[in-house]
Design a protein around this ligand. Structure first.
Ligand code: BJW
Ligand code: ZN
Length: 252
């Protein structure tokens, strides 16, 4: 995309937003890339030679819980030193403008949207900061400090990260609300996601098709993705640069 094309696309996206009553956003790993958090599918979907599906699945955890906790220990330590970037902050500015009519649905588990100041956040894939006890089901916020590679609950049960792994259902209430917000919005911003993981990616057709006319879809990404064919406008560049420009164009 040339600078002129990007500028025209930002204007078009701002025009859609200006007349929108309700706005929803779907974010993925790309929005945190400029904070130094690697995306999933950048390095062939591998972590130290292991397939992501093997360290982020119930089978992987039962096979080798220590390996899985080492993976999450590294992720938690990385996020502990990360700061929200201008893309996260631009989404806070949009929330300030739309208030209750704004919802941010995130696939990210890093909590950087909340660190930036976003309040209406639906974490559909869980959080790196929480643990879930396999014995008593208690969910605890443990922050981002080290937990070791075999953490236990106060009840003696084994803990796992409170993250939605491959093959697991999304948290029912949160997922239902995300679908409602997508079906009700006038604009859906899709930021920094490859849109290959379901059911998260189905929020895009839900936004477009539930009502007539459907929502306008604005994609913000480095490249075209699975979502691009459904987007009314694509803003191809780093979200930490593109989103602040969009906010500025809006006069938010
Ligand atoms: C930038 C940028 C910059 C870079 N600026 N942009 C076939 C069809 C449909 C579904 C399936 C299927 N086969 C299997 C499934 C199911 C599976 C699935 O979707 N698999 C696909 C991979 C095919 N889904 C599931 O298993 C889900 N559960 C489920 O289906 O349950 C069924 C069920 C129902 C009822 C009861 C029981 C079961 C669960 C999915 C959970 C996903 N979890 C993960 C791992 C968590 C681990 C962890 O975080 O620790 O969540 S997968 C991983 O992918 C993570 C992410 O949230 C998710 C999405 O990835 P994301 O965010 O899009 O990242 P990337 O890396 O893919 O893309 C980054 C993008 O950023 C790129 O486009 C870059 O260009 C861009 N970018 N820099 C802007 N600066
Ligand atoms: Zn317990």
């Amino acid at each position: 995309m040339t600078p002129e094309e990007l500028d025209a696309a930002i204007s078009k996206a701002a025009d859609y937003l200006k007349v929108a009553r309700r706005v929803a956003v779907l974010t993925g790993a790309g929005v945190s890339a400029e904070s130094g958090i690697p995306t999933f599918r950048a390095s062939d979907g591998l972590w130290e030679g292991h397939r992501i599906e093997d360290v982020a699945s119930p089978d992987g955890f039962y096979r080798d819980p220590k390996l899985v906790w080492q993976f999450y220990g590294g992720r938690r330590a990385n996020v502990a030193t990360a700061k929200p970037n201008p893309g996260h902050l631009a989404l806070v500015a949009l929330e300030d403008r739309w208030g209750e009519d704004f919802t941010l649905v995130t696939q990210n588990v890093d909590g950087l949207h909340q660190d930036a100041g976003s309040r209406r956040v639906l974490e559909i894939h869980g959080s790196l900061r929480r643990t879930l006890c396999l014995k008593c089901d208690e969910v605890q916020d443990r922050g981002l400090g080290p937990l070791g590679d075999a953490p236990e609950c106060h009840c003696g049960g084994r803990l796992r990260p409170d993250i939605v792994w491959f093959g697991e259902g999304l948290p029912v209430d949160i997922w239902e609300e995300a679908q409602i917000k997508a079906s009700e919005c006038d604009v859906l911003l899709v930021v920094g996601t490859s849109a290959v993981v379901h059911p998260a990616a189905s929020l895009i057709p839900i936004a477009r098709q539930t009502r007539t006319p459907g929502a306008k879809v604005i994609e913000v990404n480095m490249t075209r993705t699975e979502a691009s064919a459904l987007a009314d406008v694509g803003l191809y560049g780093p979200s930490g640069q593109v989103l602040p420009r969009l906010v500025k164009r809006l006069g938010a």
